[in-house]
Write a protein that binds this ligand. Structure first.
Ligand SMILES: NC(=O)c1ccc[n+]([C@@H]2O[C@H](COP(=O)([O-])OP(=O)(O)OC[C@H]3O[C@@H](n4cnc5c(N)ncnc54)[C@H](OP(=O)(O)O)[C@@H]3O)[C@@H](O)[C@H]2O)c1
Length: 434
């Protein structure tokens, strides 16, 4: 219904989930009420709050109705904007769909739902003439969805390179700075509440694949599913990898990379050596950063706090204010742009430079044999450094860096290298940027 001129009644909001981020949104809505009313032209009123446990007191809810029933939330005809902050795939996906189908605009911070079901839900929104906004789903408070959807639209974007998981970035920064091993860095992050008791989604790169899938979809106007993203976690990294990387002039970051290559998309999340003078090498602690490359704009870098109630509320409420202004102005939402069909190249075709850490028997001609195997697979060596020898065990640790080679060639070479009797262990294999 178009608004009546001079209508000053409040715009009704519902919150699905009032945990960490939800509480931040409630606090910001209360503190910023006067300012938001001015920006929108009408006051915002929180009418419904859905949680799992409605017996627990929640501060700041005022007159809002606390419930465990989505039916009660959607039955309130004065709710015009639904804010989903429950997290997880189910029932969040179903609740978002029901809200859209009942004519409500939806704002969500849910990366898993948007990565797996974003295209289908955006189609439901278009069908019902409402908007589905998701700025907070990637990079917390960093504006990145909106720049990709609007400000950079004139470009052919060619690459997105991002640090989009604060937990792992905190751990990797500690490992680089303090020389600690993975287990120590994880225990410290858990003690400080930066890592969950079950850290799998973060340390295995799963959370980052959701976010990268969303970024690639927007950047390349193509459907990229989380399963299309080649993924390697950080749990195999050792303190010595950071020492050796530093000696080579690099640091190690969990990089999420999407690229347009040969008319297709290449997407990966993996620990990567990046030169210490690269801007992304200096993104430390819980900070996130997203670097985007376009044909017109060149390189742009967005950096900031990727999580926490404050930054995430900033992104959630920006979407709420945007849609609220549309409602007040009586603007009809545009459907999401069509996506083109682009192939997603399998990981075996990804080309990268590589860092190999190999423990070998300390005897003549071992290096020549390693070089021979790499050469047979057309992988050329950029440098070889012998970092440590163990005189008692008569072994040496070599770090070999290579020029660009396809993942399939490296896989084939590695299985032969592992089988060499002079090779004690392939300690780690990492991608190198540049
Ligand atoms: N935390 C961050 O810094 C951050 C940053 C960016 C994006 N996000 C995203 O924001 C969303 C919320 O994260 P969060 O950290 O605020 O989560 P959270 O603290 O675990 O809060 C989840 C809230 O949802 C409610 N809830 C969960 N399942 C429900 C169900 N089946 N029915 C009804 N209510 C349900 C919970 O109710 P109870 O309170 O009764 O348990 C709780 O209020 C997630 O999608 C997350 O990925 C979070």
């Amino acid at each position: 219904m178009p608004p009546e001129p001079g209508d000053n009644s409040s715009l009704g909001l519902a919150l699905l989930g009032s945990g960490n981020v939800g509480a931040g949104v409630v606090a910001a809505l209360n503190e910023g009420a006067a300012r938001y009313a001015l920006q929108v032209g009408r006051p915002l009123a929180l009418r419904q709050v859905l949680v799992r446990d409605a017996t627990r007191a929640r501060p700041g809810l005022g007159d809002a109705h606390l419930t465990i029933s989505i039916d009660e939330v959607l039955a309130d005809r004065d709710v015009q904007i639904v804010i989903e902050l429950m997290g997880g795939e189910h029932p969040a996906r179903e609740y978002i769909e029901r809200a859209l189908a009942s004519g409500r605009h939806v704002v969500t911070a849910n990366k898993e739902v948007m990565a797996k079901h974003g295209a289908a839900l955006l189609a439901v929104a278009a069908q019902h003439g409402v908007r589905l906004l998701y700025e907070a789903s990637v990079g917390g408070g960093i504006p990145v969805i909106s720049p990709l959807s609007r400000d950079l639209l004139a470009n052919e974007l060619t690459a997105v390179t991002a640090i989009i998981n604060g937990t792992t970035n905190y751990m990797l920064t500690g490992m680089a700075r303090d020389g600690t091993d993975y287990a120590v860095a994880l225990a410290e992050a858990q003690r400080l509440g930066y890592a969950e008791p079950d850290p799998t989604a973060d340390v295995e790169g799963i959370d980052a694949t959701y976010k990268l899938a969303i970024l690639c979809g927007l950047a390349f106007h193509a459907a990229v599913a989380p399963d299309d993203v080649a993924r390697q976690g950080i749990s195999r990294l050792a303190a010595r990898d950071f020492r050796y990387a530093e000696a080579l002039g690099y640091t190690i970051k969990l990089l999420a990379i999407g690229r347009l290559v040969d008319g297709g998309v290449v997407a990966s999340v993996q620990p990567t050596l990046i030169a210490r003078d690269e801007p992304l090498a200096k993104v430390d602690g819980v900070l996130n950063a997203v670097q985007i490359e376009g044909d017109l704009v060149g390189r742009v870098l967005f950096i900031g706090r990727g999580a926490g109630p404050g930054p995430t509320s900033s992104a959630v409420l920006a979407d709420v204010l945007d849609v609220a202004r549309d409602i007040v102005a009586g603007r009809t939402p545009l459907a999401a742009p069509e996506q083109r069909v682009l192939p997603v190249h399998p990981p075996a075709l990804h080309r990268s430079r590589y860092y190999l850490r190999v423990t070998v028997q300390d005897r003549p001609r071992v290096l020549a044999r390693l070089a021979g195997v790499l050469g047979e697979h057309e992988i050329s060596i950029a440098s070889v450094i012998q970092f440590e020898t163990d005189d008692d065990a008569r072994t040496a640790e070599l770090v070999i860096t290579t020029h660009h080679a396809p993942g399939s060639a490296m896989e084939a070479a590695l299985s032969e290298i592992r089988a060499l009797d002079a090779v004690v262990e392939v300690g780690n294999v990492l991608a190198m940027g540049g």
